[in-house]
Design a protein around this ligand. Structure first.
Ligand SMILES: [Zn+2]
Length: 142
């Protein structure tokens, strides 16, 4: 277990622990981006589900993804849709280097750019609950 940044004042809705997502959510708490992977074709995919979306086999595994990719799309939210929303905030879709696209929170200091390299980070928002987020890699890595 690693020490994650903690936001104890989190007032927005928390993730629901659907059975298909539990390894992913537990991975975030451990500081790992865990993604489902098909043992038949080898592809990672998202969202998690009972079968591979490419070949519909149910022979699945979970792997730790490096958590790197690029911004595929993004939107800035200006209307508070949930209690506790502090607007504006940015939601991005990451094209992971391993294939899947993941919709997630943006941590960058400025608005994202399409194609901008990103890296995963994690933030604990309550006891036993952490979120995956993406933003520019730390300067010392690029
Ligand atoms: Zn497959």
């Amino acid at each position: 277990m690693i020490d994650l940044p903690i936001s104890i004042d989190w007032t927005r809705p928390k993730p629901i622990r659907y059975n298909e997502d539990i390894p992913h959510l537990d991975g975030a708490l451990a500081g790992e981006l865990r993604m489902p992977r098909c043992r038949t074709c080898g592809s990672e995919f998202w969202p998690a589900g009972p079968v591979c979306p490419r070949d519909f086999t149910a022979d699945l595994d979970w792997v730790t993804d490096p958590g790197t990719g690029v911004v595929n799309s993004w939107v800035q939210i200006h209307k508070p849709y949930f209690a506790g929303d502090e607007v504006p905030y940015v939601v991005i879709q990451v094209q992971l280097d391993t294939g899947p696209r993941l919709t997630t929170s943006w941590t960058g200091p400025q608005l994202p750019r399409i194609g901008e390299p990103v890296e995963v980070s994690f933030r604990q928002i309550a006891d036993g609950i952490a979120l995956t987020e993406f933003g520019p890699p730390p300067p010392d890595q690029s």
